[in-house]
Structures are given as structure tokens and as C-alpha cells.
Ligand binder design. Structure first.
Ligand code: ATP
Length: 235
């Protein structure tokens, strides 16, 4: 579904990504793990069209989407759940959801239908649809960010550090929710510092260090890899 070939990103003279190659198959759950500053967010933002790649090519279902604008990428079916949720705190829950439908230029009837689907998935959001999003807890805001992404009917979701700042029980609930969405057929690219949980749930993993992919493999195998254990799992 998605291929990255030789992707490099610079912030002026700081190189954040160095010749990254990556493949995501339809229906797969892929995770990118790495320490602070490894380049995970930069990679997600490059795919989402926020940062331009200096080299290489990104293809979605065979179509070249390299350096297309983020609103075009979104319309092509790539949803982006940004690090830190990035909800609109002064809008209500419902307005936050609707904004996403308008961003991909769905007609009003379709937005209504998508709203019903999201509310069916997350009844808690429906109960509090008129509440300001900024008054939600971190875990609830993360659910809203996921709901907002689903409003645009993505076939691939880029999910950046969703567990950040959540309690262990909320992290576990979050991973179960992502698993449920994945089982419904959504292809997922997750970026996480929570190496153990993400490798336990994902199908395939990449390890990113200083902007380079240094290791890749079946997620369960990476979980048992000695280098991964010693660098990221404190074993
Ligand atoms: P974290 O887990 O802390 O979010 P990360 O793996 O997502 O880290 P990035 O945020 O992508 O890493 O950062 C990769 C590198 O690029 C780091 O060295 C970072 O300092 C640098 N960087 C990120 N954003 C910018 C920017 N806007 N300007 C300059 N350098 C940046």
C-alpha cells in the first residue's frame, strides 16, 4: 500500500532522516520504534505531506505522492493522528469531528453518516458531544483524535506516539482500541516509544536510530531480538 524509497529530510542543515526505506502492506500493522529524537515524528510528518523529502519517492497504491500537500494526502486516504493529539480545545467534541469531514470535502449527508459511525464506535463521545474538547482528559482527547481521523475515512492511519502521557491502564485500553480498528481492516503505521507494547501488538516493526532504519523484522521476532532488548527493553 505504501512504499518509501530513499527518503531524506533536513531541517536547514540538520539531517533528521537519512535514506529511509519502508513498506506497508494493505491490512498490516507496522510500528516504528526508536528513542527520543530518532526521527519518528519527522518520518510520519514527511509521509503526511507536512515536511518535504529532499530525496526519494513515496508511493501510495502505486501512485507517486512525494511532497504532495497534506490536505491532498488526507483526501487520498492517509489519516494522521498527530503527536500530542492536536485537537481544537475551544471547539466542542462534535465540531472537532465535523472539521475533519469538511477538510476532505465530504458532503453534509456523508459527514452526518460518518458522525454516526464514530459515535457508534465511541458512545462516550456522543454523550458529551457538546462539551469543549479542551476539558477532556488526556485519554479522552486521544480517543477524540482517533475519532476525528476516522471521520475522513482513511485507509491508512499514521499514529504518532498515542500513548504519550497516558497511565498504564489507559495505554493498555488504547492498544486494544487500535487492535480493534486494525481487525476491522484499517492499515496502521504506529510510531512509539513504548517499544514493548507496540511490538506485542504490531505485525512488523522497524527500528529507527538517528534518522536511519537500523533493524526491521516481524514484530514478535524484534521483541526477542537481543539488541532491541538491551537498547529499548532494559534487559
Ligand atoms: P520524540 O520521540 O522526542 O518525538 P522523534 O523520534 O519523533 O522524537 P523527531 O522529533 O522527528 O524525533 O526529531 C528528529 C531530529 O530532528 C531531532 O534531532 C530533532 O531535534 C530534530 N528536529 C525535529 N524538528 C525540528 C525542527 N523543526 N527544526 C530543527 N530540528 C528539528
Amino acid at each position: 500500500m505504501l512504499t518509501l524509497r530513499d527518503i531524506s529530510l533536513f531541517y536547514y542543515d540538520v539531517q533528521a532522516l537519512d535514506s529511509v526505506n519502508l513498506t506497508i502492506n494493505k491490512g498490516q500493522w507496522v510500528v516504528i520504534v526508536g528513542a527520543n529524537g530518532a526521527g519518528k515524528t519527522s518520518l510520519v510528518r514527511t509521509i503526511a505531506g507536512i515536511h518535504p523529502s529532499k530525496t526519494g519517492k513515496i508511493q501510495l497504491d502505486g501512485q507517486d505522492i512525494t511532497n504532495r500537500h497534506s490536505h491532498e494526502i488526507c483526501k487520498l486516504g492517509i489519516g494522521h493522528i498527530a503527536e500530542g493529539r492536536q485537537i481544537f480545545p475551544t471547539l466542542t467534541i462534535q465540531e472537532n469531528l465535523e472539521v475533519s469531514g469538511y477538510a476532505v470535502v465530504f458532503p453534509k449527508t456523508k459527514i452526518k453518516q460518518k458522525l454516526e459511525e464514530v459515535y457508534h464506535e465511541f458512545p462516550h463521545l456522543k454523550e458529551r458531544c457538546k462539551q469543549l474538547a479542551g476539558s477532556l482528559s488526556g485519554g479522552e482527547q486521544q480517543i477524540l483524535a482517533i475519532g476525528r481521523c476516522l471521520m475522513a475515512e482513511p485507509k491508512l492511519i499514521l499514529c504518532d506516539e498515542p500513548s504519550l502521557g497516558l497511565s498504564p491502564i489507559k495505554v493498555s485500553e488504547l492498544f486494544q482500541l487500535l487492535q480493534k480498528l486494525h481487525k476491522k481492516g484499517i492499515t496502521l503505521l504506529l510510531v512509539e516509544q513504548n517499544v514493548e507494547a507496540s511490538l506485542r501488538y504490531a505485525d512488523y516493526g522497524y527500528v529507527l536510530e538517528r534518522g536511519q532504519i537500523v533493524l526491521e523484522g516481524v514484530a514478535k521476532d524484534l521483541l526477542n531480538n537481543e539488541a532491541v532488548k538491551s537498547a529499548y527493553l532494559g534487559e
